[in-house]
Every structure is written in C-alpha cells, then in structure tokens.
Design a protein around this ligand. Sequence first.
Ligand code: ZN
Length: 84
Amino acid sequence: MVVQGVLVRNASHANPEDHEYLVTIEDGLPHSCPCPADEHHQGACKHRVAVAIRTPVLEAARNAQRIQRLRTSGVQATATPPAP
Ligand SMILES: [Zn+2]
C-alpha cells in the first residue's frame, strides 16, 4: 500500500520547526499522526483535523497517491490522435 503524508506545522509555537508532524493519509483520509496527543487520546488530534478540513491539501495527497499507484502498477496511458 502506498502511504502518503502531509506535513503539518503548528505555527503558533515559538519554534514551529519543533512542532512538525507528518500526518499519514490512508484511503484518502488522515490516518495517523506521530504527535503525543494522537497516541494517547481517542479520536483525531488537531493535526489530523487540520488536514481533514483543508480539502485542497487532502485532495493533493489523494491525487499523489493515485499517481503513485498508476506508476507502480505499470499502467500506461494510451492516446489515439484524431484522424486527419
Ligand atoms: Zn497530531
């Protein structure tokens, strides 16, 4: 299975670089996050929620998965040019 991730940075912290979490996407939905909150609490942490409510980000991750799947399955696009 192709696992894609979205990097979520909490910019409200003094050191945003220390608060970056790679939320993994599975089946087009935020699946897991390496942050302590996601590990110790039930339900989605704020990073997963942040990915879920930002549809363009989620869409981009979905599309990236789709493209990767096509590449790995060896599917080749065929196009027939219109007859002159
Ligand atoms: Zn998290």
